[in-house]
Design a protein around this ligand. Structure first.
Ligand SMILES: Cc1ncc(COP(=O)(O)O)c(C=O)c1O
Length: 380
């Protein structure tokens, strides 16, 4: 049996998504900027895709800009906020994805901004009080805080953060790469200026995403060239990627409740059974349904002679999981997130992340393999 539990890294494409993309990889190939019928057809398909995304977020299509993925969208939101609005201070957290963390650190190094790095607690939570103090000290700054941490699953109270940002006249960017397509978001209810998305996290294609940009906070163009994406991002559009993104986003919203229930049950089974079979196991990040992303469970295993090799041994057993984000291959030693929350780096941490394609039988198989690999030899 092969079990894929690394869905926070990327997900399997839904066959319906591929089906929707196929015509645009074959017969409907016109350049969307061409004025003839071939071009008009693909232009119209892109605008339909934009409408679909906007409808699910309760925003206008003009506020959606397609990008090459989450990383690019995060870069645009942060770098162009600084360039467009003359932001001098950024408030963020060391637990952000590198797409945000490195972008902010680069701006700091270049002397373009000063930065408040908030101190997350041991579960990856941001203190609203600390955030408010930073906002008070630096009104008019840019706040960049992710909705759900990709390694821990810990959720940010977006509404409260949005309200604080408004109170201190700050711009609010949230990396929603792990939560887009997994939660319903009504952007009339959340005071946020920029959100980001990568389609491959919800059964869409890789290399495509979008930036939501509030209509009153229009950024300067990021990629200069043609007038694509309302002059924001020059370059011929990733036509079939955009079609696939919209189809995947649509499916997620139509089937969201059903998948939430199913995936939560998988995570709950692991949460309940793991402490029974591996005494001393602990969880990194929040685990309750209200405070954690239902697709992610990060486990810290007790000290064990084989724990260094745990991910490797799981892989040999046909189980794909991760030591952190996708870039930290094989071990959790490199995880800046686990370090930032003061996690015991001597112990092996493994992130299991689930999707609609996982089954209870798969989770039972994983539990039995973990028991086999670790249970008997765990040192007290
Ligand atoms: C929270 C978060 N932000 C940004 C990204 C980058 O997204 P993309 O792979 O679409 O560039 C990822 C992907 O791992 C992520 O998990």
């Amino acid at each position: 049996m092969k079990v894929y539990l690394d869905n926070a890294a990327t997900t399997k494409m839904d066959p319906e998504v591929l089906k929707a993309m196929m015509p645009y990889m074959t017969d409907d190939f016109g350049n969307p900027s061409s004025i003839h019928s071939f071009g008009r057809k693909t232009r119209s398909a892109i605008e339909m895709a934009r409408k679909t995304v906007a409808k699910h977020l309760n925003v206008t299509p003009a506020e959606i800009f397609f990008t090459s993925g989450g990383t690019e969208a995060d870069n645009i939101a942060i770098v162009q906020s600084v360039n467009t609005f003359g932001i001098k201070h950024i408030i963020t957290s060391p637990t952000e994805h590198h797409a945000v963390e490195h972008t902010v650190a680069n701006l700091e190094k270049q002397g373009k901004v000063s930065v408040t790095w908030l101190k997350p607690d041991g579960k990856g939570n941001i203190s609203l009080q600390e955030l408010e103090e930073a906002l008070k000290a630096h009104p008019g700054s840019l706040v960049s805080l992710m909705h759900a941490n990709n390694e821990l699953g810990t959720l940010l109270p977006m509404k409260e953060v949005g309200e604080l940002c408004e109170k201190y006249n700050a711009l609010f960017h949230s990396d929603t790469v792990q939560t887009m397509g997994h939660y319903k978001m009504d952007l009339k209810e959340i005071k946020v200026h920029f959100l980001t998305c990568g389609a491959h996290k919800f059964h869409g294609p890789k290399g495509v995403g979008f930036l939501y940009m509030h209509h009153e906070h229009k950024l300067q163009p990021f990629i200069v060239g043609g007038s694509q994406e309302r002059n924001m991002r020059g370059g011929t559009e990733n036509l079939y990627g955009i079609i696939g993104l919209a189809k995947a986003f649509d499916i997620c919203h139509l089937e969201m409740e059903e998948h939430q229930i199913h995936i939560r049950a998988l995570k709950d089974l692991m949460l309940k059974e793991l402490p029974k079979i591996i005494p001393g196991i602990e969880f990194n990040g929040e685990t309750s349904p209200e405070r954690s992303l239902y697709t992610v469970l990060n486990c810290r295993f007790p000290k064990h002679p084989d724990s260094e090799m745990l991910l490797f041994n799981l892989d040999i057993a046909g189980i794909a999981a991760s030591g952190g984000s996708a870039c930290s291959s094989g071990s959790n030693q490199g995880s800046h997130v686990l370090k930032a929350i003061g996690c015991d780096m001597e112990r092996a941490s493994v992130r299991f992340s689930f999707s609609k394609y996982n089954t209870l039988a798969e989770i039972e198989f994983v539990l039995s393999k973990l028991k086999e690999l670790l249970a008997q030899k765990v040192s007290a």
